[in-house]
Design a protein around this ligand. Structure first.
Ligand SMILES: [Fe+2]
Ligand SMILES: [Fe+2]
Length: 272
């Protein structure tokens, strides 16, 4: 079975002609299903862009949310909107549970969150997330760089909670998929392993790792793969905009997808 996987498409950053060409190429690819790995657009326009893609590619779409999809909004209300989104347009993955792609292969997913557990959060790279996602700027009581730097422990706690919540939400679906299928595809946004945190051909440094990895998700995924050694697990992630592959264990492979603002692209993934 042939899938198209696109991560970090940032559709509102490209011209409409480029977005039209992106959709036309997916339509021409012959892929049966489209996976969107987060950073699709922003909080105020994500539904519009999901409809834009859906009307043009005319096939099933499954997606996870990336950090940019919450920009200008708050986490709970964006997720609530995805829970009630018209499913003929696109299906948000935690809501979809375990998706049976074929009799052999299941799809599960959650966007994850950079949970500030890898790298050095005493001197972190300051992501825009900390200023333009309401929950995060409220956690430091400010929304400006000084407030963030003065309240790093509070921000780190909040990011840790979001990482834990991502792992806990995905856990039951992941375990069910591991039990029932030979192959499990996990769609996420934030790389769940340090080894998957590719940026410009190398692993991100200690300043970027806190925002670029979801350790809670990685531990959960690694444990499941260990408990089901006969099931092949492939994790598809993005967020760093750098590409690479990392084999985490005998049956657990992570693929990080390349991305460029203004130039949405996709690749084909074949499953059983
Ligand atoms: Fe992105
Ligand atoms: Fe991202």
């Amino acid at each position: 079975m042939k899938l198209a996987w696109a991560t970090d498409v940032h559709l509102s950053h490209a011209s409409e002609a480029v977005d039209e060409a992106f959709c036309a190429d997916i339509l021409d690819s012959g892929a049966e299903v489209l996976l969107l790995g987060g950073d699709i657009a922003e909080a105020n326009n994500i539904e519009t862009w999901l409809h834009f893609v859906s009307e043009r590619v005319r096939r099933r779409i499954y997606f996870v949310l990336g950090n940019h999809d919450y920009y200008g909004g708050d986490i709970a209300s964006v997720r609530e909107r995805m829970r009630t989104l018209d499913t003929s347009c696109a299906m948000w993955l935690p809501r979809a549970g375990v998706v049976e792609l074929s009799e052999h292969t299941a799809l599960v997913g959650h966007g994850g969150w950079g949970d500030a557990r890898f790298g050095n959060f005493e001197e972190p790279a300051l992501l825009n997330d900390y200023f333009v996602i309401r929950d995060l700027h409220e956690s430091t009581g400010g929304g400006n760089p000084l407030a963030v730097m003065n309240n790093l422990p509070a921000l780190q706690r909040k990011l840790g909670e979001l990482g834990d919540e991502a792992a806990q939400t995905l856990l039951p679906f992941y375990r069910e998929a591991l039990e029932r299928f030979d192959e499990v595809l996990v769609l996420t946004h934030v790389p769940p392993f340090r080894e998957a945190c590719w940026h410009e051909g190398r692993i991100s440094n200690d300043a970027w790792l806190p925002g670029f990895t979801c350790k809670a998700m990685g531990e959960m995924l690694r444990e499941g793969a260990r408990d089901f050694p006969d099931t092949e697990v492939t994790v598809l992630c993005g967020h760093t905009h750098g590409s690479g592959e990392a084999r985490i264990s005998a049956n657990l492979l992570t693929i990080t997808g390349e991305a460029r603002y203004g130039a949405p692209g996709f690749r084909i993934v074949n499953v059983k």
